[in-house]
Design a protein around this ligand. Structure first.
Ligand SMILES: Nc1ncnc2c1ncn2[C@@H]1O[C@H](COP(=O)(O)OP(=O)(O)OP(=O)(O)O)[C@@H](O)[C@H]1O
Ligand SMILES: O=P(O)(O)OC[C@H]1O[C@](O)(CO)[C@@H](O)[C@@H]1O
Ligand SMILES: [Mg+2]
Length: 489
């Protein structure tokens, strides 16, 4: 095997094109740390499980579809408990922080980190950082015990609060240092739950912790209702969001069906990635048109949206439109004769209301056709969808994510995000999580399935198809676009 060690990840290569993109470890910069037998050995629940500990050589392939003669490809370290740990329970201070927008399952992840630390590893000093990154230096902490978190998985939101902005690296790392690291006795564990912005912030904190040589590990858990984080199969809370979106789509359908030329418009979240809209549409079967940020569309003329709406109403008497909030933003900007430069505290562009805009455009179009009076209802359930508690399958997923993360941290790994890859829990280096965004690939099969389920036009002219293909990643050897697991099923 050849090794190539960097600050962010350690790349090992092996036979037949095997590549391991490994995560950093505390001992990479603090050698000779003592280790201890994993306390799970004597835990009655786990000691009976055969092969409970993960083999040090276990890795998980990023791609499971391979060709006979193809290279084995990229692998990630398999998550799970190790035989030996790098923390004695009474030496540990752990902190949990949640950042960015809400997402179903946040409380479940918090609960399961706390319970895994207490019940599996005997760690009893666990703090919640109040209100996102800024909470490290400007707010109080919340003591978290199994009793405090006992039933929080039944509630939406996050009991420790969240925020955007406020990522001040020196102040955050100073606060980690002040909370015990420099008292020799203590080792710190930081669990950072959040989306793409949060994971970028976590990578910066990890680098600074390492530069200062602190005995602290930094681990991320990917949270994003938009499913816009790459590499992982899908993000927690996504299933719940898609399920909750069905209620809004059903309401839109009932309203539309009950009126002459009824149109129901539903706006769903998805700033840059239209996964919620795509999956909610595929699940519902009542949707006639789905608009996402990745797929350009136009209103007027042949093959345009208004022509399709007219045709659909003539054929079927009613229709349902699902629009992701980031869709058509360039059309809105052109229409308003100005590009909005407003941003939120984290620097994310603030979007204009595409649902309202499209509803107005449709109403204005049909106002010019007196023979076709329409009834249009616009439903905006965006915050209702992300403020609910996670459903049963997301609860299980959150539990596994949280436990995997704790196992990795106790084993001394740092600078990683815990994530599901091909159905297996893994540790992924921050730089792989942060290098790009997960988007719907509109030249892939999943979007084709959607188009055939709604019968909507693709709005792409032959020249647009060539443009889109140029912008997307070059095809892999498998001839599938592979920058999204959710595209690739
Ligand atoms: N490039 C970056 N470097 C350091 N910190 C960042 C960076 N981008 C964002 N952050 C910080 O991460 C936190 C969350 O970022 P953001 O508001 O973009 O949400 P997110 O984590 O992407 O979640 P979501 O978009 O799913 O709501 C904020 O406190 C923000 O200051
Ligand atoms: O209004 P807020 O809290 O800033 O969040 C809105 C954004 O957060 C998300 O839910 C997650 O990024 C997006 O879908 C949405 O654009
Ligand atoms: Mg984000």
């Amino acid at each position: 095997m050849e090794n190539n060690i960097s600050f962010q990840m350690k790349v090992e290569t092996g036979d037949a094109g095997y590549v391991l993109e490994d995560v950093p470890h505390l001992t990479d910069y603090i050698p000779d740390l003592p280790t201890y037998p994993n306390p799970l050995r004597s835990n009655p629940a786990y000691s009976v499980v055969k092969q409970y500990f993960v083999d040090a050589d276990d890795t998980v392939p990023q791609k499971v579809v391979v060709h006979k003669d193809g290279p084995r490809g990229i692998h990630f370290r398999r998550a799970g408990p190790r035989q030996r740990v790098y923390f004695a329970p009474d030496e540990v201070h752990a902190a949990i922080v949640t950042c960015g927008g809400l997402c179903p399952g946040l409380n479940t992840v918090i609960r399961e980190i706390v319970c895994a630390l207490y019940h599996m590893y005997g760690v009893t000093r666990v703090l919640g950082i109040d209100g996102g990154y800024r909470g490290f230096y400007s707010k109080n902490t919340i003591t978290l015990t199994p009793k405090v978190v006992n039933d929080i998985h039944k509630r939406g939101g996050t009991i420790i609060g969240t925020s955007r902005g406020g990522h001040d690296k020196p102040k955050i790392v100073d606060s980690i240092q002040d909370r015990g690291i420099n008292q020799v006795l203590f080792m710190f564990q930081v669990y950072i739950i959040g989306g793409d912005g949060t994971q970028k912030g976590a990578a910066v904190i990890y680098q600074e912790v390492r530069r200062r040589g602190l005995k602290a590990v930094v681990a991320g858990i990917p949270k994003t209702i938009d499913n816009d984080i790459p590499v992982i199969d899908k993000s927690f809370g996504f299933d719940t969001a898609v399920e909750e979106a069905q209620r809004a789509i059903n309401a839109a359908h009932v309203e539309a069906e009950s009126a002459e030329n009824g149109i129901g418009v539903v706006k769903l979240m998805g700033r840059y990635s239209g996964f919620i809209a795509m999956y909610a549409t595929l699940a519902s079967r009542d949707v006639d048109l789905c608009l996402i940020p990745e797929s350009p569309f136009y209103l007027e003329g042949e093959g345009g949206l208004l022509e399709y709406v007219e045709k659909r109403l003539k054929d079927n008497g009613h229709m349902v439109i699902v629009v992701a909030e980031g869709a058509g933003q360039e059309l809105l900007a052109a229409d308003n004769l100005k590009t909005s430069t407003a941003k939120d505290a984290s620097g994310n562009k603030l979007l204009q209301d595409v649902g309202l805009w499209i509803s107005d455009k449709i109403k204005a179009h049909f106002a010019k056709i007196p023979s076709m009076p329409i009834t249009l209802k616009y439903i905006d359930p965006t915050y209702m969808i992300r403020a609910v508690p996670s459903n049963a399958s997301d609860n299980v997923y959150c539990t596994l994510l949280a436990q995997s993360c704790v196992h990795g941290v106790m084993a001394g790994y740092t600078g990683f995000t815990s994530g599901l890859v091909n159905g297996r829990q893994t540790y992924i280096p921050f730089n792989r999580i942060n290098e790009k965004q997960n988007n719907v690939v509109i030249t892939d099969r999943m979007w084709a399935r959607l188009l055939s389920s709604t019968n909507q036009p693709s709005f792409l002219r032959p020249k647009d198809v060539i443009e889109v293909q140029k912008q997307e990643e070059p095809p892999t050897e498998l001839l599938d676009g592979d920058n999204s697991k959710a595209n690739d099923i």
